[in-house]
Design a protein around this ligand. Structure first.
Ligand code: ADP
Ligand code: MG
Length: 238
């Protein structure tokens, strides 16, 4: 569970066609990275998939079903943002359990799921703290915990590490890909950082001005960049 197909998906803001038309296939269990320069439409594309923006045209097929018009909460996807978006007045436990509380899940089940997520993310000792008493890496783990408790068919990450310092960023890259494998999930990960893309992805989608320049494994892109843009962006010798 977790395949996603985009068919002629497009998005315009007024006259500005940010995404002219995208076709893309994401397989169940893949770790897919959308990479490209700032302003190329990565977040817009992710938000379309999440349902946080309405498409101007085309279709989003999830596990074989047309979900283009489905409300975000019903798509079975969970988004992790760069800014953590944690509630400062709530404990770690309440922050992680929040989506389940909103869905009227009963308290015993929420506690069980929160504790399971906390164990996976090494947050077990921090459940009663407030976000301000956590490090940047721990806060990002809480944000990931809030995604995990919903058992999504796909995780959507929008530049989750860009607020962290360089050393922590390297550690969190490994944590996120490990987690992806441990949960057997599908993940779409947005970044403008080529190194992040090359080290984390099963499949990289290179975007430029709302268009796909190339789709391939990190090695494919490095060895056989489709054009000068990809070669320059990935830093391969062409
Ligand atoms: P990226 O995430 O790759 O940096 P974005 O998807 O955020 O790029 O933005 C792509 C383009 O779409 C930019 O030119 C941006 O100004 C424009 N854009 C994004 N969201 C909106 C919006 N809500 N209204 C108008 N323009 C937008
Ligand atoms: Mg963005």
């Amino acid at each position: 569970m977790g395949s996603i197909r985009l068919e002629q998906l497009s998005k315009s803001f007024g006259e500005h066609a940010v995404i002219p038309s995208i076709d893309l296939e994401i397989n169940d269990g893949e770790f897919v990275v959308f990479v490209g320069p700032s302003g190329c439409g990565k977040s817009t594309l992710l938000r379309l998939i999440a349902g946080l923006e309405d498409a101007s045209g085309g279709r989003i097929i999830i596990d074989g079903k047309d979900e283009t018009a489905t409300a975000p909460a019903r798509r079975g996807l969970a988004m992790v943002f760069q800014s953590y978006a944690l509630y400062p007045h709530m404990s770690v436990r309440s922050n992680i359990g929040f989506p389940l509380k909103m869905a009227n899940v009963d308290k015993a089940e929420i506690d069980r799921k929160v504790e399971e997520a906390a164990r996976i993310l090494n947050l077990g000792d921090y459940l009663d703290r407030k976000p301000r008493a956590l490090s940047g890496g721990q806060r990002q783990r809480v944000a990931i915990g809030r995604a995990i408790v919903r058992s999504p068919r796909c995780f959507l990450f929008d530049e989750p590490l860009s607020n962290l310092d360089a050393a922590l960023r390297v550690a969190m890259r490994l944590e996120i890909t490990e987690l992806h494998h441990k949960l057997g999930a599908t993940s779409i990960y947005v970044t403008h950082d080529q190194v992040e893309a090359m080290t984390m992805a099963d499949k990289i989608v290179v975007l430029n001005k709302g268009r796909i320049e190339q789709v391939g494994s990190p090695l494919d892109l490095y060895r056989r960049p489709a054009n000068i843009f990809v070669a320059g962006f990935i830093g391969s010798p062409k």
